[in-house]
Design a protein around this ligand. Sequence first.
Ligand code: TRP
Ligand code: SF4
Length: 406
Amino acid sequence: MISRAGQPERVLSGMRPTGRLHLGHYHGVLKNWVELQNEYECFYFVADWHALTTHYEDDNLDMGEYVWEMVIDWLAAGVDPAQSTLFIQSKILQHAELSLILSMITPLGWLERVPSYKDQQDKLKEKDLATHGFLGYPVLQSADILIYGATKVPVGEDQVPHIELSREIARRFNFLYGRDPGFEEKAERAIKKLGKKGAKMYRQLRVAYVERGDQDALDRAQVFVENNQNITIGEKERLLGYLEGGGRMILEEPEALLTQSPKLPGLDGEKMSKSYNNTIALRDDPRRVEQGLRAMPTDPARKRRNDPGDPEKCPVWELHKVYTGRDVHAWVQDGCRTAKIGCLDCKQPLIDAILQEQKEILDRSQQYTDDPTLVRNIIADGCERAREVAEDTLEEVRSSIGLVYY
Ligand code: TRP
Ligand code: SF4
């Protein structure tokens, strides 16, 4: 089904403001966000309410600072406010309204089955996550997505079940509220406008799909309707909805865009993660970065300079894979295995590459750290734009349910 017929597809993603971003976020998420800007209309937001679902008791969660630092990190990474809409979740109250409405139609069992519900409770034992907000957080996330009619949601593997849930919620909503009275008659009227031959073909293909589940017939009918010049966009939507048996589509089903993230080791050789305290921040002090990398553990077999090593057993090699090119790779592979190079030699081109990358990031951030009002204005503009889109969706949602009073 297509509801925003002919318009560019939208991307939406959010990030929790729980601390400074690091190189793991950069290579895993932000570079991808930056690329998507060229292809889609992108909405990126600070998920401050989401942070509360797990950190509501956390005294150290200084959102007043983290929110702005995170937005500067995005901008420094190359997220472009002229191309993308950047905003803060809690500034768009419509998210809360849609979430509330969706919570009415979401069966409890769907939420209890979301894998992260049990996983996180087991993992974060020190926190009391037996709350309404934590159980319902995938509903809020569904509202975040559906409110912008986003069709593509870049996320990591762990978030895929949440996107799946938002598809199910959208489908259920459309099923419950997408059948306005008189829908069939209106569809019939639109069918007549397809012309004699066109109408006949549409009916045959529809029957083939609705009664026999013929997917090919559905595909053909969709192409036929989309390319038809004689009908309005509204009629197009109606006919596309009618094809699948149901009514009008109010909330569009999104799709996860799986982000492949390289596994980036931290300064202690374990996976880079805030909870291990081993990160290189996106905007870090170059001296700290250099010292940290020089002290980073390597293949334990290389106790002395003359001991040969194996890059496959060395976290530094994982960083080389991300940061250096073929020639350097060949030099490392040979030099390490034959002990022709020492570990500090090996690390130097890596240090250079990371510092170079960070210099570009720091340079881009400079104007924002010099003048914080720039960031405030970017977010104010983004919020205004997001609010307009969100309110449009909510008007449709309210009226489809009958929550309109004159
Ligand atoms: N739940 C996501 C996380 O914890 C953040 C998030 C909230 C999000 N709403 C979203 C991501 C909507 C994508 C789309 O990382
Ligand atoms: Fe690791 Fe390089 Fe040392 Fe080999 S030479 S152990 S790859 S740091």
